[in-house]
Design a protein around this ligand. Structure first.
Ligand code: NAD
Length: 388
């Protein structure tokens, strides 16, 4: 692991304006005006479109709203983005407002690429390929998990190939994020739990990343503290606005942390397993997180001891090793406490797909930042078997 030495150097980028508060969704109009845009398309999913939330946003925007695209599906998809782009062009949109979870926000990010640059989405897969600012985007997250409202990443499923395409580019970072805890009160307990564990995995992965640095550590450790304090409460009582708000802030902070520090072996495996078996992203992360931490334990004792402290464990008289092991145990306990599955065999994953998942995890961009470099797909295979 990198120690903080005199040769420490880093870039830190976090350009999104963040507007937080109960009722903050009322600010979408003024925020759009401040970006000097006139014609908004709302990007959302069918489930949310039926809740009245989108009608409310449409009323707030008034004439500024020229259309709604309510066809996002979980994990989104290349075919959905092609359809959404056609729609946005048809109504001559000049700004995108995503309202929903990571799937809706990532749809708007991918749309912004094609609406600005044209061509095919696959052409822009990779890292820092885009050359200029994209169509503006205001993200209004309704889950507290992905952090996509502030990250430089978009993840889109390619249904034909059964893989997730990952786009990483600073031009994808939304201009504005509106965090309104009132929008999350009807998120069901299971999705609250899995998206919350997604945020926790972002925070922990940014701490065991080779690219960690003091600013990302600060954000990630505070996010961990808030998640251990407020995730179970949010799952238990979804109407607790204060707890919901803390979770939204934590997810956003974890998003900024990983957007700068990057991720690691847990996401590499979760992307592979999610794409192959359709396991929801947060659930895959929650199951795989303690196994990824166990894999890194030998090189991350100090870091995991700090995580244990942030998780509220009394580490005072413990060795670093003991405290680090307690952090891993605390993650497993939290997963159980909020009612999520803890084994891959609980979520219809079969061992037959493990070889290809291990290959795909080794090819995932997140793997290169993991603090311990896997010697090959066999390392991943062993971890998947343990998690099964
Ligand atoms: P999601 O957007 O797929 O939504 C999951 C479900 O929750 C949907 O059915 C949706 O209708 C429902 N839902 C959302 N908000 C609700 C609310 N307030 N009330 C009731 N129901 C609600 O879930 P997600 O976990 O937020 O996003 C997952 C996607 O994000 C995956 O594709 C993942 O790969 C991607 N992701 C992206 C990043 C990034 O930085 N871009 C990071 C992590 C994950």
């Amino acid at each position: 692991m990198p120690n903080y030495t005199t040769d420490l150097s880093f870039n830190f980028n976090s350009p999104t304006k963040i507007v937080f508060g109960a009722g903050a969704v009322n600010d979408i109009g003024p925020e759009m005006d401040s970006l000097n845009k006139k014609r908004a398309v709302i990007i959302t999913d069918e489930g949310l479109a039926a809740t009245g939330m989108i009608d409310r946003a449409k009323d707030i925007l008034g004439k500024r709203c020229v259309g709604i695209f309510p066809e996002v599906k979980p994990d989104t998809g290349v075919y959905i983005i092609d359809k959404a782009v056609k729609y946005a062009k048809g109504v001559d949109a000049d700004i995108l407002i995503s309202i929903g979870g990571g799937s809706s926000i990532d749809t708007a990010k991918a749309m912004a690429i094609l609406l600005t640059e044209g061509g095919k989405l696959e052409d822009y897969q990779g890292w820092q390929i885009l050359k200029r600012p994209l169509m503006p985007h205001i993200a209004v997250p309704t889950t507290a998990g992905t952090g996509s409202e502030v990250t430089y990443v978009a993840v889109v499923k390619d249904h034909d190939r059964g893989i997730k395409l990952v786009f990483g580019d600073n031009h994808l970072i939304p201009n504005t994020a509106i965090l309104d805890p009132e929008l999350t009160v009807n998120l069901p307990p299971d999705i609250t739990a899995s998206t919350g564990m997604d945020a926790l995995s972002h925070a922990i992965e940014s701490i065991h990343s080779l690219q960690r640095q003091p600013m990302t550590d600060g954000l990630a450790l505070q996010a961990i503290r808030m998640i251990f304090n407020y995730l179970a409460i949010s799952v238990e009582n979804g109407k607790d606005i204060a707890a919901r708000g803390q979770m939204q802030i934590a997810a956003t902070m974890a998003g900024i942390a990983f957007s700068n520090a990057q991720l690691g072996i847990v996401h590499a495996m979760a992307h592979a397993v999610g794409a192959r078996f359709g396991v929801p992203h947060g659930v895959a992360n929650a199951i795989l997180l303690p196994y990824g931490m166990e894999y890194n334990l030998g090189v991350c004792e100090k870091e995991y001891a700090a995580i244990a402290d942030a998780a509220g464990i009394d580490v005072h008289k413990k060795t670093k090793r003991e405290a680090a092991e307690m952090a891993i145990y605390a993650v497993k306990r939290l997963t159980e406490e909020i009612g999520l599955p803890t084994k891959l065999s609980d979520v219809n994953v079969t061992k037959e797909g493990f070889a290809i998942c291990a290959e795909n995890a080794m090819a995932d961009p997140s793997i290169v930042y993991n603090s311990r470099t896997p010697s090959g797909p066999d390392d991943i295979l062993k971890l998947l078997e343990k998690a099964w």
